[in-house]
Design a protein around this ligand. Structure first.
Ligand code: PFF
Length: 460
């Protein structure tokens, strides 16, 4: 068995975990979901999902990780030997692999757009140019595949260096940089004339817009954004040392993640409002940050070319940083699994994962171009992967994780982990157990069934 590393500092553990949570999910997916689902009311439902489901699931994953000091599957081998629980870990490993494959496609796009912004390629372009620019790029059989491979190799280089010198060190550099960029961009966005209606869109709730679909989207977004149900936080939890306070780390990560998502909203919606776009209209789609936003930047700041250049460049660099800290965490799930379960070296394990993801990622990438017509269950390969992960594997993985902690894991282990081996007070242990036994799994299950129309089928 390889010597196991731990995160060397508390702040390193928090930043690495927050780095996993903060990603394209916050800056790309959250504004899209908020725009589509009516703005402020969606945000409140989303926060509700974080409290009811996000915190209990995250704490469960940390707890299982640190109690076992093993990878996502090894944890179940150790804590529940000879039982089918190990399949929860295996599901996580497979899910993590799929997420990394398709997520890297979009991460590669952000790299390409940062390059375009740096080369001042947006200057002087009009509304009609950006959709063309994007569709030409994603339909190209080669270019998006090259950016995907480059992004995966960047991730690979960090992961291969190990937990302390790779993941922790880079998270400590990248995360503060990301916060600084975020704040600068928020200030730039909200001071523009006409920005206020964008701010109002995300602070004034209209509850008439909330329905079952909105709640489902909010839950899916919460799982994706907090990296839940994939074994990722279980893997990171396994690198926590005895001093890491699990509840405090959970709350810090949830707060940081929500803060970054809200800040992304405070950048994007005011910028959209400034340029006179309809908030919450059809423009708010997956292409938001690659078609609408570069155009928005031109219209909002076009009269000040330098501000426009800096703003666009900073925005895409921000996306790269956010995506990178997340892809690192996805990569680590399988790398630690292969290293520990099959005894192969970290180098070799990382290569296996990187090459596998390149192969699947290229298929996802081609599904925007030459393989557009290839469909799995009526969806493109990319959409199928996203559906499989966010609407299927993540909720199932989360339900299983909470059931495992609530019903299987010895109460003493929970007590020991939450009190840091008896050195901390943890008056919330009983509430936590109640949540993971009944409330959280049931809530996730109901919303999960709702998406397949099963609730109306059984008359609910
Ligand atoms: N939480 C990441 C984001 O918001 O972009 C996505 C993610 C990271 C999903 C790690 C799953 C995972 F294991």
């Amino acid at each position: 068995m390889n010597e196991r590393e731990n995160f060397a500092s508390k702040i390193g553990a928090v930043l690495a975990t927050a780095g996993s949570a903060v990603g394209l999910g916050n800056i790309w997916r959250f504004p899209i979901e908020t725009g589509r689902n009516g703005g402020a009311a969606f945000i409140l439902v989303y926060i509700g999902c974080i409290v009811l489901m996000g915190i209990p699931v995250m704490l469960s994953e940390f707890l299982v990780g640190r109690a076992s000091h093993r990878n996502a599957t090894g944890a179940f081998h150790l804590l529940a030997p000879g039982t089918p629980w190990k399949w929860v870990g295996r599901l996580g490993v497979v899910t993590g692999f799929i997420v990394l494959s398709y997520y890297s496609v979009v991460a590669g796009w952000t790299g390409y757009y940062a390059f375009l912004a740096a080369a001042n390629q947006f200057a002087g372009k009009g509304t009609a140019d950006f959709p063309q620019m994007f569709s030409d790029y994603v339909a190209d059989p080669l270019l998006p595949a090259v950016t995907l491979v480059l992004f995966l190799l960047l991730t690979h280089v960090v992961v291969v260096r190990g937990v302390t010198r790779g993941i922790e060190r880079w998270s400590k550099i990248l995360m503060p940089l990301l916060f600084v960029l975020l704040i600068v961009l928020v200030v730039c966005a909200v001071v523009q004339p006409g920005a206020w209606s964008g701010v109002e869109f995300i602070v004034k709730p209209d509850f008439s817009k909330v329905n079952g679909g909105v709640v489902l989207s909010a839950m899916g977004q919460a799982f994706f954004s907090l990296s839940l149900g994939v074994g990722c936080l279980c893997t990171y939890g396994s690198y926590f040392n005895r001093q890491t306070k699990l509840m405090r780390t959970t709350l810090s990560v949830c707060i940081i993640d929500t803060f970054v998502a809200l800040m992304a909203g405070f950048i994007i919606f005011p910028a959209v409002a400034t340029s006179g776009y309809q908030l919450g209209a059809a423009d708010i789609g997956p292409s938001l940050i690659f078609i609408t936003l570069p155009n928005v930047f031109q219209q909002a700041f076009g009269s000040m070319p330098v501000v426009c250049y800096v703003f666009s460049l900073c925005f895409y660099v921000l996306l790269i940083l956010a995506a990178l800290t997340s892809t690192i965490s996805m990569h680590e799930i399988s790398t630690s699994y292969l290293t520990e379960e099959y005894g192969i070296s970290r180098h070799r394990a990382a290569w296996l994962q990187t090459i596998g993801c390149i192969l699947v990622g290229v298929c996802c990438s081609l599904s925007f171009g030459p393989w557009k017509e290839v469909h799995l269950f009526g969806m493109s390969i990319f959409d199928f992967c996203d559906w499989l992960v966010s609407k299927f594997s993540m909720p199932i993985g989360s339900i299983c994780m909470t059931l495992f902690v609530g019903w299987w894991l010895d109460k003493r282990i929970i007590q020991e982990q939450l009190t840091n081996f008896g050195t901390l007070r943890a008056p919330y242990v009983a509430t936590f157990r109640f949540m993971v036994r009944y409330v959280t799994p049931l809530a996730v299950l109901l919303i999960f069934l709702h998406q397949f129309g099963l609730l109306s089928w059984i008359g609910l």
